[in-house]
Structures are given as C-alpha cells and as structure tokens.
Write a protein that binds this ligand. Sequence first.
Ligand SMILES: CC(C)(COP(=O)(O)OP(=O)(O)OC[C@H]1O[C@@H](n2cnc3c(N)ncnc32)[C@H](O)[C@@H]1OP(=O)(O)O)[C@@H](O)C(=O)NCCC(=O)NCCS
Length: 147
Amino acid sequence: MIEVKNPKTEQEWESYYDLRYRILREPLRKERGSERNDGDENGIHFALYENDQLIAVARLDAVDQTTCQARFVAVESNLQGKGYGKEIMTELENKAERLGYNKLILHARDYALPFYEKLGYTLVGPSYKLFDILQHFEMYKELTHGE
Ligand SMILES: CC(C)(COP(=O)(O)OP(=O)(O)OC[C@H]1O[C@@H](n2cnc3c(N)ncnc32)[C@H](O)[C@@H]1OP(=O)(O)O)[C@@H](O)C(=O)NCCC(=O)NCCS
C-alpha cells in the first residue's frame, strides 16, 4: 500500500531527514545537518511510504501569496525510476492547488531536468550553484486547478 503523509513520530522524522541526507547531501560530501534548513519549520513535508517503508520525500514552501516552491525532492537510490518521484510530486502539486497557489517553481539539478520536464515543468534557465559546484536550473509549472 502506498501512502503519502506528513511524518509524525520521532522515528518518522529521523528517517525523513536521513533519506534527504543520503540522497541529496552525502554524494556532495556534506556533513549531517546540512540537509536541514530554517524552512523546515514552516514548510509542508511529504513522505511517501510503501508498506511502511519510506521511499520518497519532498517539501513545499510558500514563496508569496500566489507562488510556492518544491524543495528537497528525493527518492531512495535503489528505487528511482519506478514512478515514486512522479507520485510524490503529484501529491505535492495537488496540495499546492488546494491551498490556492497558481504557480509552482523549483530549482532542479541538471540530471533531474528531464524528470521535471516530463511532469510538465518549463525551464526558465540556470539559477544558483549549490555549494559552488552543483548548477541548478529554475523551472515552473502553472497550476490549473482542474481546468
Ligand atoms: C529526480 C528524482 C526525484 C525522480 O524520481 P524517480 O522516482 O526516479 O522518477 P519517476 O520514476 O517517478 O519518473 C517519472 C517520469 O520521468 C521520467 N524520468 C525520470 N528521470 C528521467 C531522466 N533522467 N531522463 C528522462 N526521463 C526521466 C521517467 O521515465 C518517468 O516517465 P513516465 O511517467 O513516462 O514513465 C529521483 O530520481 C531522485 O531522487 N534523484 C536524486 C535526487 C534528485 O536529483 N532530486 C531532485 C533535486 S532537484
């Protein structure tokens, strides 16, 4: 059974940040703790479980009243390419629509560009370099509210 929810227990939060760390920070040789930031307090957290195993994570942040941003999207390394990334992004987009946002933006790593293009995101152009090494690209998607 697949379930996407907000982590609640201490164990669930630990696994949530651990997955984020292993997928998004460890390959860049960053220390534990670097996977968290101030936005974790106000962001909306998504954790995808299959049969109670954590498989994917994502965070939704407000940018302003009409725009929101997806951040820290990660799928367990041996389970990538099986549709879980799409599944958690769909949940995140649905939530963003329900909250009334019109636009969802994100900053994608180069190797994730085809994934987001497939999900209907438009490339704006290069944005920032994470830790001065990893080029990111700004992308956006208009939220249609079922139109
Ligand atoms: C990028 C990431 C989130 C994608 O999640 P995923 O579960 O591997 O992707 P999915 O299996 O859901 O793919 C969804 C669709 O995108 C396509 N896709 C995914 N990666 C692709 C790629 N590199 N090139 C072309 N198509 C790709 C899939 O073929 C699939 O298409 P389909 O719907 O026609 O079958 C995941 O691979 C990941 O965590 N990567 C490492 C961390 C990362 O880069 N996070 C994003 C930071 S910006």
